[in-house]
Each structure stands twice: as structure tokens, then as C-alpha cells.
Design a protein around this ligand. Structure first.
Ligand code: PLP
Length: 400
């Protein structure tokens, strides 16, 4: 048999165990339609309900009416006044000097690291960082990757010491190697926060750059959803903040905020910026309206937290283990993979949609159902979910 046939055969084998996602035939509100039935949506990252917000829908319709859809390459014929305006407003929202928009949080992480870090520099990364950070570090080609234990500041300090030793040998061009500490702001599977004040203090002590991925922080924590830097009052002390427009902002895209000189450099050099298209008008219009809503009212953010607190308190009273989350991310810890899978399918039979989170998204033996309430849920909606979790929890012996 020839190699190519072999190759396709192997793919076919591998595809046999593929997980098939449920097919959704509605928008991403408090409820979804799946298999023609209404299901309570308890696992999307549309924290603020912007995916179906009437104001955002109207803003997008108006923009499409005026501009159509596509833009272009930012460096060629795709930089519109709207891109610049939204970069300005995202920078203002994050209290940063400047912002650059890319086509995703994944792209933004890759751009943020690859553009400034070369193989002789040093990256120090939390072991539970998002896959896009891991890939970003990989494509930078950096040799000195130091991984510290999750949120363990003693270990971070030890890694900074190792980095300081490596720094004693200059790079081929005579420069001192850069040290970059990178962390998720909110860890997406557990909902815990990076100890950013301590990270920043250590970075300042050792002369390292800091980068935080705020994908699950913006729109959620900080004043009016301004993110983790605002939450800890660290304005101007974190070098690179990465954001996504796909979670709380409910569209597509990512962005980086930081000092103007850094953002200008990214606009000159980031391969993800130079060789990938710019955001389309519908995305831009939705973000503009999303930022406007957040800057004029914290109603959505307040509702989100009310829902999160209620849900966590009720789950706690029932006896579920919801881990160490400090955010609306509410993992219901189950441990065993099969248990998590049957828990989710029994919920689905009760018209509640909450997917199991399994290896490699989390460690083996740490399977869970990650529940995320949003501002679009009413208390009654959450009660529907809590009731279903109670029924299934008892049936499967998770609850007494
Ligand atoms: C979702 C997520 C991303 C990826 O963002 P996209 O805009 O979907 O590409 C990056 N980092 C973290 C921590 C995330 O949760």
C-alpha cells in the first residue's frame, strides 16, 4: 500500500473517535435550539448577552446598510476609519495608550509574543495557560521556556532566578535576552485569577516584561468589565494585555493593548497583522456598540454577577464541588470522564445544555461540567438549570 493511502487510512481510524458537536439552529441567547427543541444554554462565553442584544443587532444592521461587509488587509486597502476608532475605544476602555485589533484572541497571543520574542530570549509561563499562549510561545522559536506551577509565586521567583542566570550570556547580537512572564488573567477551565499584583512586583524586581491574556476577564471583572488590570488597579504596570472579541463582546477578533510604541511596532511587524485580513464591518459595528454600552452602563455586568453568585450559592448548598472559581465560570467538578459525559447527556435529556470538559482541555481525572451563566438568564432560567442539576446529581450519586 502506498504512503498516501496509508495516511488517509490513519485519518479515518482517528476520526472514528471524533466528538461530534451538537448542531444549533438558533442564536446564542439564554436558550438554544437543538434538534428542534429549546435547551437552556449554560455553557457559552457570551457573558453579557451581546450575541442577541437588540442594540447590537441594530448597530450591525445599520453598519451593513452603510458599508456592506468586507474590509481588506490593514497594510494595503483595509484600514478604515472605523478600525482606528475602535482601536482607540478599546485602548480607552482598558485605560491603555493604544490598541491593535487582530482576527482572534489566538492570533493576538501569537502576534504579541512572536513579534518581540526571539529564540535567545526567555519566556516564563503558567502551566495552565491557554493553548493559544502555548502555541504562541512555540512559534516564537524561543529556546528558554520556563514553565511555573499554576499561580505558584515561589516557583515563578525560582524561574526568574534561572532566567537571570541565562541573561548573563548576551545574545549573538550583543543584547541581553528579554524575559517575558505570560499568564492567563482568568483561567478558563477553573475560573480562578492570576495573582497579578505579585507577578507585577516580581517582574519589576527582576526587570521582566509582563503579559496577561484577559479573554475571560474583559466584560466580566474590573469596574464595568474593564478586565483584570483594572480589577487589581495595575494600570500602566502590565506591558502587554491581550483581549478577545469572541467572549463578552460576542463577535470575532482579538486585540492587544499597551504602550503606543509597542502597538506601533506590532502594526509594523506582526505577521498575524500583516498577512491576515482585517475585521469586517459587522464585527466592528458590534464591538463599537458593545464598548458604548459598557461605557454608559454597568447593568449587564451587574446582572452577570448577580446570576453567577446565585448559581454558585445554590450549587454550593446542594453539595456540588465548584472548585476555586472567583468569576462566573462555575465548574461542577466530577473527576471521572464517563461520569461527566453521562451527566451532560442526562442534563440534555432535561433540556439543559452544558457540555462536559474532558482531557486534554483539563487534566486526566479532572473532568467537569463548566457552567457559565450570562446576563441573558433570568433567575427563573437559572432555577430550571439548578433543578436539572439536582435531579441528575442525585440520579448519578454525585449528590446525596
Ligand atoms: C477563548 C480564549 C482565547 C482565544 O480567543 P479567540 O478570540 O476565540 O481566538 C485565548 N485565550 C484565552 C484565555 C481564551 O479563553
Amino acid at each position: 500500500m502506498n504512503t498516501i493511502n496509508d495516511f488517509y487510512q490513519k485519518l479515518e481510524e482517528a476520526n472514528k473517535t471524533a466528538k461530534i458537536p451538537r448542531i444549533i439552529t438558533s442564536g446564542q441567547g439564554a436558550y438554544l435550539t437543538i434538534d428542534g427543541k429549546k435547551k437552556l444554554n449554560l455553557c457559552s462565553s457570551h457573558y453579557l448577552g451581546f450575541a442577541v442584544d437588540e442594540r447590537i443587532k441594530r448597530a450591525v444592521k445599520d453598519a451593513v446598510e452603510e458599508f456592506g461587509v468586507g474590509t481588506g488587509y490593514r497594510t494595503l486597502a483595509g484600514t478604515t476609519a472605523l478600525h482606528l476608532k475602535i482601536e482607540e475605544s478599546l485602548a480607552r476602555f482598558k485605560h491603555a495608550e493604544a490598541a491593535i485589533i487582530l482576527t482572534g484572541g489566538y492570533m493576538a497571543n501569537c502576534a504579541a509574543i512572536q513579534t518581540i520574542i526571539g529564540k535567545e530570549d526567555i519566556v516564563i509561563s503558567d502551566e495552565l495557560n491557554h493553548a493559544s499562549i502555548i502555541d504562541a510561545v512555540r512559534i516564537s522559536g524561543v529556546k528558554n521556556k520556563l514553565i511555573y506551577k499554576h499561580v505558584d509565586m515561589a516557583d515563578l521567583k525560582a524561574k526568574l532566578q534561572v532566567a537571570a542566570d541565562i541573561q548573563k550570556t548576551p545574545k549573538a547580537n550583543g543584547d541581553t535576552p528579554l524575559v517575558l512572564i505570560v499568564t492567563d488573567g482568568v483561567f478558563s477551565m477553573d475560573g480562578d485569577l492570576a495573582p497579578l499584583p505579585q507577578i507585577v512586583t516580581l517582574a519589576e524586581e527582576y526587570g521582566a516584561l509582563t503579559m496577561v491574556d484577559d479573554a475571560h476577564g474583559e466584560g466580566v471583572i474590573g469596574r464595568g468589565g474593564r478586565g483584570i488590570v483594572d480589577h487589581f488597579g495595575l494600570h500602566g504596570r502590565v506591558d502587554i494585555e491581550v483581549g478577545t472579541l469572541s467572549k463578552a463582546f460576542s463577535v470575532m477578533g482579538g486585540f492587544i493593548t499597551g504602550k503606543k510604541v509597542l502597538i506601533d511596532f506590532y502594526k509594523q511587524k506582526a505577521r498575524q497583522f500583516l498577512f491576515s485580513n482585517a475585521l469586517t464591518f459587522p464585527d466592528l459595528a458590534a464591538v463599537r456598540e458593545g464598548v458604548r454600552i459598557l461605557e454608559t452602563s454597568d447593568e449587564q455586568v451587574t446582572k452577570l454577577w448577580e446570576n453567577a453568585k446565585y448559581l454558585k450559592a445554590e450549587f454550593g448548598k446542594l453539595g456540588f464541588d465548584t472548585g476555586k472559581s472567583e468569576t462566573p465560570i462555575t465548574p461542577v467538578m466530577l473527576g471521572d470522564e464517563q461520569l461527566a459525559i453521562s451527566f451532560s447527556s442526562k442534563l440534555f435529556a432535561l433540556d439543559v445544555f452544558a457540555t462536559p470538559i474532558l482531557f486534554p482541555m483539563v487534566a486526566k481525572g479532572a473532568a467537569r461540567i463548566r457552567v457559565i451563566p450570562s446576563a441573558s438568564h433570568s433567575k427563573e432560567d437559572l432555577d430550571v438549570g439548578i433543578k436539572a442539576f439536582t435531579t441528575v446529581g442525585r440520579e448519578l450519586g454525585v449528590l446525596k
